[in-house]
Structure formats: structure tokens, C-alpha cells
Design a protein around this ligand. Sequence first.
Ligand code: SF4
Length: 446
Amino acid sequence: MIKNNRLTAEEYEKNFSDIHPPFDNETAAIVEANRCLFCYDAPCIKGCPTSIDIPKFIKQITTQNVKGSAHTIFVSNIFGAGCSKVCPVEKLCEGNCVYNLLEEKPIEIARLQRYASEMAMANNWQMFERKPDNGKKVAIVGAGPAGLSCAHVLSREGVEVTIFEKEEKAGGLMTYGIAAYKVTPEFCANEVNYITGIGGIHIEYEKSLGKDFTVAELQTQYDAVFLGMGVGLARQLDIPGEDLEGVEDAITFIYNLRSKELPAIAVGDRVAVIGMGMTAIDAATQAKRLGANEVTMLYRRTQSEMPCTQHEMDIALLDGCEIIWLAAPKEIKGVDGKVTTLVCSKMKLGDADASGRRSPVDTGETFTLAVDMVIKAAGQMPFFDIVEQNNLQHKNGKINIDATGGTNLAGVYAGGDAVNGGKEVVNAVQAGKDAAASILQYMGLV
Ligand code: SF4
């Protein structure tokens, strides 16, 4: 049965408390920072899409210069605090730490980054001074990591930025698309306030491109435009039974979880989650933490091809989720309009496909799972119609950009998920920075 309010207030709090506890005292942070070898040509920096000078900020922690450390982080990544909580660091900075080669535990870079950046936020240490207003105005679509990162760089240079955000809160994926035990709503709100605290950034909430304004209108009213609106609707499975009650997409499930009180979120007794990406993991673990009895994840390939990291998968396994490899949904059956059964095809691996991974091939055999809820996490689709209607050149809805981040429209730049179809938060932050640099050049400010 799908129902809400399955747990006590204490259980909700325990299940959704911070998964990566911070250092609880200064000494612990300094001891860990002192393990760093401060490598020349540090490989950890190469593993960070925003190229944070990691040995430098760690060194600054060892000398108790936490303010300086936070500055080193934020100068490269204004979302440094949020990224320290949501980045898959095991495949980024920490995955590149030389300690891995020595078969020792890598430096806890994310935890150290969190230590310095959260202290800066808690004390509202504003690290950057905005240059005097230079009379230039830029419109940004989307107040997510790409948009806010772009806005911060532009504002630092004295540009006046207006961000149009379709939701009622800013933060994008951070606020609406990531598991609640990684980042809380309060943290996301604080981070947005900290970023916009520099001044010169105005956010117009509940304003959607395609509904309330067009790119052409922004072009006439602003000196330049940045499109960082991310991706949109969840990809459908295109199988019979997808419209039954109890079938939900992971994006909506997580969105509701992030925007409502936890006891209000309904979950089934037996839940199937389709997919093995980070969103699938976030949906599966949260379904379990909301009180589902059984959560089974299905993936059409094997563990070697899964998109999530081993660390993410381990979280799901530790939470008690089951995983069935080489299984694809074939049909969802129900009684009285409600889900009762998921019919799955048994798959095997065939030749490599365009992604370089071996493709799943149907063996013709099937099996069934008794479930009352199916959560689809098969990816998200770009805003095809909006992109098309605004005369942007694109590939299947993903906006085409040149080496500068420019689109086919004069003075219009784009970056983040709207261009790449969906990557990590940290990639979007870098895309926003890159576009801001190009926009400053376009407006003759550098
Ligand atoms: Fe420190 Fe590891 Fe980076 Fe070397 S690779 S500088 S040890 S964090």
C-alpha cells in the first residue's frame, strides 16, 4: 500500500540526518589536513572540474587560516560548500589523490572543504567585493548552479544581473533534485543567500522561459543572456502500464521530498526503482528511509556499466536496497488502476554501443516482481520545445554552443545541463564561470 506518515518524528529525523558528518572540532580538521603531501602538480586539482587549488586550501587549514582557505575554495567554486556535500568525490578529487596509489585512504578533501566553506557561510565572511556598477545588464535563465555561478562572476565585475527562475526557490538541482540527507533545504537557502549576498543579483521567481518571456525579448532588454535552465521532464519508459497509480518518476519523487514535509511523502510497501544513476540511488535510498519495506533497483546492464559510483551503490546496499542486474522493465500490471506487478525482461550483454559500454540485449525470458510502487529514474529530457521555439540551434534539445559558450543567437550564451544533458553540479558551476568570462569579453569589460 502506498501511504505517507509511516515513521515517528524521531525516525524521520534520524533517517534524513546528514550522511557525511562534518569534523566536530578544529583539531580533527587540522590533523587530517596535515596528512596532505601538498603534491607538486597535484592530481586532485585535475580531478576537480572547477580546478580548486586543493593543496593550497588544505595548507591554509593547517595554519588555521580558515578564512583564506574558504577564499581559495570560493574563488574557483562559489558552490564550494554545496559541492563538498554532493560531489561524487570518489571519482573526482579524492579519487585522484596520490594516497590511492599508495593504497591508503585518500585525504578527506570534501570534508576539509566543507569545514572551511561552511565556517565562512556561518560567519557570513563575504570574500569578494563587487566592483562599481559599470552600466551593463545581463539576464540569466535559471537560478541553479550554472546560473548562480555565472551571476556571481558577473556581479563581481560590476554587472547588474537579473535571474529568471521558474520555481519559487533558487538553487536548481541542489534545492530540488538531490537526496535530502545530502543537503537540507535550510542549507540550500543559506548557500543561495550567501552567493547573492555580494549584491547586484536580482532573482525573479516563478518566471519561465517560453511562458512569461522569450529569448528574443531578453536580447532586446539586456546586454547579454545566459541560459542555464537545466533539463526538464523525466524520460518515459514507454511500456504498458506506465499510467497506473503508483508509477512515479524519480525527479518528481525527489522534488516532492525536497519541497514538502517528510511525513507528507507517500511511499509503497514494495518499491521498484528503474535505473542505476545517482538519481536512482537517491530515490531508492530515500524510499527506504521513508519506511518502504522492500526497495529493489533494476538495471539493464551489469555493475561494470552502472552510471553511479561504487560509493553511491554502497549507500543503497547499506540502506537495505536490493539490486537486480541485467533486468529491464517490460510491463507494469495493476488491479483497480493501481500497480501490483512489474514484469521484467532478463537481459544479457551484447556488443559495445555508442557510449562505449556493452549494450543490453533481451534474452526473451521474463520474471515478475510483486510491487505497489514503481519509480522511474531513466534520465531527464532537455527542454526541446522551448529551445526550438526560441530558434536556438540544438541537438535533440541540447543547446549547441561554440568554444566560448555562445549559441547561434547574438549575445546569448548557454551552459550546464541545458547543453550537456545532465552532469554533476560541479560541471554546471564551471560552465557558468566559463560563460561569464566569455560574456565579460563580449561586453568589452576585459
Ligand atoms: Fe594532498 Fe592528495 Fe592532493 Fe596530494 S593529491 S595534494 S596528498 S589531497
